[in-house]
Design a protein around this ligand. Structure first.
Ligand SMILES: NC(=O)C1=CN([C@@H]2O[C@H](COP(=O)(O)OP(=O)(O)OC[C@H]3O[C@@H](n4cnc5c(N)ncnc54)[C@H](O)[C@@H]3O)[C@@H](O)[C@H]2O)C=CC1
Ligand SMILES: O=C(O)C1=N[C@H](C(=O)O)C[C@H](O)C1
Length: 280
């Protein structure tokens, strides 16, 4: 037996899954105990190191989440909304810390995650990088300082394979901007302008999404006023960044009780009591 937490990576063959497997396998603070893929995937039954084109890692890819979670202390999950909602329940039953990077979650998925968080620690964030989570706190501060005479627009760019828009990060930034102004995002969010839109709605927070090539992830928060403009920008150039954040989150969660946390908690960036919190 060892005290080093055993970690399961879900969606092992995905762009993020491969990064997460590398991050855990290379870490002295965690050990890779299982890798999951969806039923029918051609990696099932293979050694994950070999499936990734390298040396064996001694871990066979499986589709049996119940068995994989039973002996794990943490689950790193960057897959798809339905899978993540199901994994939340199963990880909670095993009392494993569930780190959720999956974006595009709907109301039903969020309810399932909240229910699971009554029994186990969940860390969920649309972006696991330090830089973006700092950008979130800055966005809230700038929005609070400027007021509605500055129009807020959030522009994000991602690779051609991304299936959800706006990105999870763009939504985090939108919630932060709305928090800064003291309004809920759903009352002022403006998406997908096209055709005869009329003039910009006062107080709107606009979202635009670019998809192309191999862009890892870029986010601008634009505060556009009369005669001046502030642009807060984050550019990710390597997905390993997100995997390092996820690993940090699962280790942070090991001594926490049940509840839903985010990277602002993990990184210690939470605003003092009395200041507005950022939704995700
Ligand atoms: N929070 C963050 O920092 C980041 C979040 N993401 C999010 O992570 C998610 C995955 O992104 P990518 O890796 O680019 O996608 P991808 O499509 O390359 O990988 C998803 C993987 O999940 C697997 N999968 C789907 N359903 C499954 C199931 N039921 N059981 C097990 N595996 C299943 C797929 O087979 C695939 O291997 C997206 O929602 C993306 O937005 C991506 C990067 C950073
Ligand atoms: O799908 C991606 O690739 C990414 N998704 C996350 C998001 O939706 O914001 C984080 C990052 O930008 C990469």
């Amino acid at each position: 037996m060892t005290d080093i937490p055993g970690i399961v990576v879900t969606g092992g063959s995905g762009r993020m899954g491969r990064m997460l497997i590398r991050a855990v396998a290379d870490s002295q603070a965690a050990r890779l105990t299982a890798v999951l893929e969806r039923p029918g995937h051609d990696w099932i039954g293979r050694d994950v190191g070999e499936a990734m084109g390298g040396a064996p890692l001694g871990v066979t890819v499986t589709d049996d989440a119940v068995e994989a979670f039973a002996t794990a202390q943490g689950v790193l999950d960057f897959t798809a909304p339905d899978a993540t909602a199901e994994y939340a329940g199963l990880a909670a039953q095993a009392r494993a810390v569930h780190v959720i990077g999956t974006t595009g979650l709907g109301e039903g998925h969020l309810r399932a995650i909240a229910a699971a968080a009554r029994h186990a620690t969940i860390v969920r964030a649309g972006n696991m990088s330090l830089g973006v989570n700092l950008l979130v706190t800055l966005t809230r501060q700038v929005a609070a300082a400027l007021g509605e005479e500055f129009d807020i627009e959030i522009v994000e760019a991602h690779h051609r394979h991304k299936v959800d828009a706006p990105s999870g990060t763009a939504l985090m930034l939108g919630h932060a901007a709305a928090d800064g102004r003291g309004v809920p995002l759903d009352t002022c969010s403006e998406r997908g302008r096209d055709g005869d839109t009329g003039p910009r709605r006062p107080g709107a927070i606009g979202f635009s999404a670019i998809r192309g090539g191999d862009i890892v992830g870029e986010h601008d928060v634009i505060f556009a006023g009369q005669g001046e403009r502030i642009v807060l920008r984050h550019v990710a150039t390597d997905r390993a960044l997100f995997a390092r954040g996820a690993l940090r989150a699962v280790l942070w969660g090991q001594d926490k009780g049940p509840g839903e946390f985010d990277m602002i908690d993990v990184l210690g960036l939470r605003a003092p009591v009395g200041a507005p919190r950022t939704g995700a």
